[in-house]
Ligand binder design. Structure first.
Ligand code: FIX
Ligand code: ZN
Length: 434
């Protein structure tokens, strides 16, 4: 990873020229190590869950959703195909028969380009040969290097048998991988979720009696001891209300929040997803809805000692979230999630966050599902963030204050690493939680 100051400006030089400023911000933002606070990546040791290479990239649900806008093939016929056959179809339709204009398609081109592969290939022969010839751990290191990603936070479902079995194999994890405890099924699908095998033996009852609450607390305590997560997380639908007269409210109040307090663990809430709007598209079938941000404000107000990491899916909620963050300092806005992770909207969100919150937010996460997503998603986000940031510095300059190169490095380091490290207590030296 390139050290930030080399060869461009003196360590604490005052930058008074707008174009020098822009150039220096671009250098710092394009090379600064970043902690990717939310991904769906797994380490190479988690075979079967570790996705990488051209076939996994072309089966990405963002591309599948777009593929169906340019094909007459039925969903059923598509899902009957093998992963490679689906990848061939997606490539043919979106990269040969059509121009890869969309953000997701452009991302594939960016990845192929990063490895010097033909971005106008008629088929996947060359790409398949390249990716299958890579030694997994060397390839993983190279991708982390190319993307300047220092750490990735996984999304770990403690109710997923397959994943639990992999954890129970006790493999030593690469220290650049950190766990997070994802509680969607536990919190959003009660009481059906109480029958999931992983919850057997915790004295549960569908009405959430005292023993069930104690049992669920014990379950989470055991998961936290096993996975050492940096935070607990869950996604919520747009109609999420807090308070509410439902099991979700009780599970949040009587299980999740007390666990967060006891273990001093932040809670990440991702609000505004409507699951399964079109089930025929499988994971590509989710939608978005505008949420009531006042519920998040009440969660912050009712739980002042719990640090919330918050991202919202709807474009219409972004400004409200900025205002809520100005009211509650236990609310940390993070990332431009999923349907707002497009350059035009990332620029809008980042600008208003800088204008309203200064450097006190986490600008982006990748949501990478396939390893090489780190390359395309971060190269795109860094460009947009650098532009928004240098505009703010130029504003400062015009207002009458220059900035130093050291201040720029400090601000970028805070946005890309320190804000998250402090929020979750992740030490910069040993990668452990303080
Ligand atoms: O809830 C989530 O973590 C979402 O990010 C995923 O469910 C979604 O499928 C995704 O990959 C978005 O980028
Ligand atoms: Zn995600």
């Amino acid at each position: 990873m390139v050290s930030l100051t080399e060869n461009l400006v003196a360590p604490a030089e005052q930058l008074t020229d707008a174009s020098d400023l822009k150039q220096y911000v671009q250098l710092v933002v394009s090379t600064a190590p970043v902690i990717d606070v939310h991904t769906h990546l797994f380490p190479p040791e988690f075979d079967g869950l570790f996705l990488h290479g051209i076939d996994d990239l072309l089966n990405y649900h963002y591309l599948v959703a777009e593929f169906f806008r340019s094909t007459k093939l039925s969903h059923a016929a598509f899902w009957k195909l093998t992963k490679n056959q689906r990848a061939d179809l997606v490539w043919q339709s979106m990269f040969v028969d059509n121009t890869p204009l969309s953000e997701a398609a452009c991302g594939i081109v960016c990845i192929l380009e990063a490895f010097g592969l033909d971005t106008r290939a008629r088929n996947l022969t060359e790409a398949r040969a390249f990716f299958s010839s890579q030694e997994l751990h060397e390839h993983f290191d190279r991708v982390m290097e190319l993307a300047s990603v220092s750490d990735v936070v996984m999304t770990n479902d403690p109710l997923n048998e397959r994943e639990i079995n992999l954890w129970n194999r006790g493999k030593q994890l690469d220290p650049r991988f950190h766990a997070s405890l994802r509680l969607d099924r536990l919190v959003n699908e009660w009481p059906e979720s109480m029958f999931i095998p992983a919850l057997r033996g915790f004295d549960l009852d569908s009405k959430l009696g005292h023993r069930a609450i104690t049992g669920l607390r014990r379950f989470l305590d055991e998961c936290i001891a096993r996975l050492e997560p940096l935070y607990m997380g869950l996604s919520l639908p747009p109609e999420f209300m807090f308070p509410a007269d439902d099991f979700r409210d009780r599970l949040l109040r009587e299980v999740v929040m007390p666990t967060a307090r006891e273990h001093s663990l932040p809670l990440a809430v991702m609000v505004g997803v409507r699951r399964g709007v079109n089930p025929a598209l499988r994971t590509a079938g989710d939608g978005v809805g505008r949420a009531d941000i006042t519920s998040l404000e009440r969660m912050c107000a009712d739980n002042p000692e719990v640090r919330l990491l918050v991202t919202v899916l709807s474009r219409e909620n972004q400004h409200e979230l900025c205002v809520s963050a100005r009211k509650f300092n236990n609310l940390m806005p993070f990332g431009c999630w999923w349907f707002v992770n497009n350059p035009s909207i990332v620029a809008e969100i980042t600008r208003e966050r800088l204008e309203m919150l200064g450097p006190s937010f986490i600008p982006q996460h990748s949501d990478a599902c396939v390893l090489e997503h780190l390359i395309s998603k971060w190269s795109q986000s860094r460009k947009v963030i650098a532009k928004a940031l240098s505009e703010r510095y130029e504003q400062l300059l015009q207002a009458g204050r220059s900035v130093t190169s050291a201040e720029i490095r400090r601000d970028v380091n805070r946005l890309f690493s320190e804000n998250f490290r402090e929020w979750v207590g992740l030490s910069a030296t040993d990668g452990e939680r303080n």
